[in-house]
Design a protein around this ligand. Structure first.
Ligand SMILES: [Zn+2]
Length: 335
């Protein structure tokens, strides 16, 4: 009886904590935008000729020019930015969010922990902020980039959508992941503790963790679809499906307004050439020292790989030090 009551109160507390965290998302989204737009690095780096010390704007310019594939958001920078914001909250932000100053300060105080505990969601917020702040490409544009072919597809898509949308902005209909060629990743704080494999518990699901492990096995590098595109044979519309999980179910009928108005079930044709793919590799990792722990979780790498052991297709035993975010799928025991 007592155990049941305790379980209930724990579940209730977890619900309250989750609701409070969800209430802060809107404020944190605005802070992500301000961080990307205005964060200035210290004197240890050379200033950019266009953006000065605004580190992330300079990185975004390089991404826009196809010289950079990964925007690495350093959580040390985020921490420094937040400690400045907490002392003197931005009046513009207070006006946009319509919240009291004390509430915003409390929200800023909790933001760092929220990022580290809910890394994937915050990565999405930083991605959206980077997309909103992406400058136009300039004279330094990389003409040799392999992404140029995707540019041609993007221009064709914009023309198609402009014809179909009757004056509405075509950009609104295209998923952000399809528009950009860069990815956003977190670099953990210097003080973050490196975990042993046995310390990866259920409480760490969804968190950004630093892991000390051995690479036991790596798979081949494969393409993984992020956005699937379909073409309707009846109304000619292009349909986008974002894929975030391991599997997806293709839509059976065209969901476009025109097909619905005409009460027609438009047949969809899959269009491989215009889909968005990322590089993907699976790695099996294990404890550095042999112990009773039998977990051998897999690490999934997506986008531009940063681990020096990637691309190698062999059995190996390389020592690795990673920052990864844990997901339930990666905690399946390997027998
Ligand atoms: Zn249709």
């Amino acid at each position: 009886m007592a155990a049941n009551a305790t379980r209930e109160s724990v579940a209730k507390n977890a619900l309250v904590i989750a609701r409070e965290a969800a209430g802060r998302f809107g404020q944190h989204k605005e802070l992500c935008k301000k961080f990307v737009r205005s964060f200035e690095s210290g004197r240890e780096t050379q200033p950019d000729f266009k953006f000065g010390r605004r580190k992330y704007k300079a990185l975004l310019q390089r991404a826009a020019n196809h010289h950079l594939e990964t925007i690495s958001v350093d959580l040390n920078d985020v921490e420094a930015f937040l400690s400045r914001e907490i002392q003197d909250p931005d009046p513009m932000l207070l006006e946009v969010l319509q919240v009291p100053k004390v509430q915003l300060q409390q929200s800023i105080e909790l933001m760092m922990a929220d990022i580290e505990e809910n890394a994937l969601r915050y990565m999405k917020y930083f991605y959206e902020a980077c997309d909103a702040e992406l400058p136009e490409r300039d004279a330094n544009f990389n003409q040799q980039s392999s992404a140029l072919a995707r540019d041609a597809v993007h221009q064709w898509r914009e023309r198609q959508l402009a014809q179909q949308s009757n004056g509405l902005s075509p950009d609104a209909a295209i998923p952000v992941r399809l528009k950009n060629n860069f990815d956003v990743r977190f670099k953990p704080r210097d003080g973050a503790r490196i975990l042993k494999m046995r310390e990866l518990s259920a409480g760490k699901v969804g968190s950004l963790v630093k892991l000390d492990c051995l690479v036991a096995r790596v798979s081949q590098v494969k393409p993984k679809v992020e956005v699937v595109t379909y073409h309707c044979e009846v109304c000619g519309a292009e349909i986008f499906q974002s894929v975030e999980s391991e599997r997806y179910t293709p839509p059976k009928e065209c969901p476009s307004q025109r097909c619905r108005d005409n009460k027609q079930a438009g047949k969809l044709r899959h269009n491989i050439r215009t889909c968005k793919f990322v590089k993907y590799q699976e790695m099996r990792v294990q404890n550095v020292v042999t112990c009773s722990c039998r977990w051998r979780p897999s690490v999934h790498q997506r986008g531009a790989f940063r681990c020096p052991h990637a691309h190698r297709v062999a059995w190996g035993c390389d020592h690795c030090n990673w920052s990864v975010h844990t997901l339930p799928a990666s905690l399946v025991p390997c027998t």
